[in-house]
Design a protein around this ligand. Structure first.
Ligand code: TYC
Length: 101
């Protein structure tokens, strides 16, 4: 029986591009209770209490804090979900997205 022949897959001439990444940013405001911000960070970004508290406090003190980095669709979805949770309770809590360079 003849030896099985192998064919090499053609090599792409260009390297696969790394996906662009987007930061989700938490913005401070004067009205949303701290504990509520912590609960949103835990629910949407799967943070433990200490991590969520530290991110909340950084936003509170500096005006904003990077929460996490994702591909475009995930970043947009998480920012929208988290902002909606605040809006449902009547809070002005805002999460935005920004492309990473
Ligand atoms: N500044 C808010 C307060 O004092 C708490 C807060 C922290 C709100 C972080 C939003 O992103 C935020 N109640």
């Amino acid at each position: 029986m003849a030896a099985p022949s192998t064919t090499l897959a053609p090599r792409s001439s260009t390297r696969p591009e790394r996906p662009r990444l987007y930061k989700v940013i938490l913005l401070n405001d004067d009205y949303t209770p701290r504990e509520f911000v912590v609960s949103v960070l835990k629910a949407v970004f799967r943070m433990d209490r200490d991590e969520a508290f530290s991110v909340m406090l950084t936003a509170h003190r500096q005006g904003a804090c990077v929460v996490a980095v994702f591909t475009f669709e995930i970043a947009e979805e998480k920012a929208r979900k988290a902002t909606d949770m605040g809006a449902k309770e009547g809070y002005p809590l805002q999460f935005t997205t920004e492309r990473e360079h």
